[in-house]
Design a protein around this ligand. Structure first.
Ligand code: SAM
Length: 189
């Protein structure tokens, strides 16, 4: 458990670089766009909002909490995770800071929920940052990327190459007719 007693993730030390660059990008985006657009942050693999760095024990904010703590805040946050405990920890962490009208929490498979989220965001006057950070290629079929791309804005996709693609190259290329890599790419070729 974390310092606030809620569930947290476990990440390698490298994750700090991910959070550093994500925060820099989100700060640039919201600073530049705040006067002109209604701003939405969409995180389809949100996790619990805090993680422990395995090698040091340090507790750090993860993507949804970073997005919720910017100097110029997003107007709306749309956050989804399949793990109920993650979502209840994330909700508890965010509800103290964010007006509930701005917070849209979804527990379930983001590949199913993605269309509901995309429909909620008006096509005119809104700009979104979409964060897609799956553990495995198989968790993010190309259809989901296509569906969320209907929302105008920027898309950040973290490819689990070391954790998944490189380790499972044989399985993805030679063994399966319909591998996770095919689903991720949207076709076999
Ligand atoms: C790599 S972690 C996300 C890390 C987070 N973005 C961060 O900043 O540390 C992937 C998350 O995806 C969730 N997940 C796995 N499959 C999912 C699915 N089909 N739909 C939604 N969430 C899923 C897991 O529970 C996990 O919390």
């Amino acid at each position: 458990m974390s310092d606030d007693g809620l569930k947290h993730g476990e990440v390698g030390h490298w994750a700090k670089r991910k959070y550093h660059f994500l925060e820099r990008f989100l700060n640039m985006f919201t600073t530049a766009m705040k006067e002109h657009w209604q701003m939405h942050y969409i995180d389809l693999f949100a996790s619990a909002g805090k993680a422990r760095i395995k090698s040091t024990g340090e507790i750090v904010n993860t993507s949804p909490l970073i997005a919720a703590s910017l100097k110029f805040p997003f107007d709306h946050l749309h956050l989804c995770d399949i793990d109920e405990e993650n979502m209840s920890a994330l909700g508890a962490r965010l509800e103290q800071h964010i007006n509930p009208d701005r917070l849209h929490l979804y527990t379930g498979d983001s590949n199913v929920i993605v269309n509901d989220i995309a429909m909620k965001i008006p096509r005119r006057g809104c700009l979104s940052v979409v964060m897609l950070d799956p553990f495995k290629l198989g968790h993010l079929p190309f259809e989901t990327v296509k569906a969320i791309s209907e929302c105008h804005g920027d898309l950040i996709i973290l490819l689990p190459d070391g954790m998944d693609a490189m380790r499972n190259t044989d399985a993805y290329y030679s063994v399966s007719e319909h591998s996770a890599l095919d689903a991720f790419m949207g076709h076999r070729d």
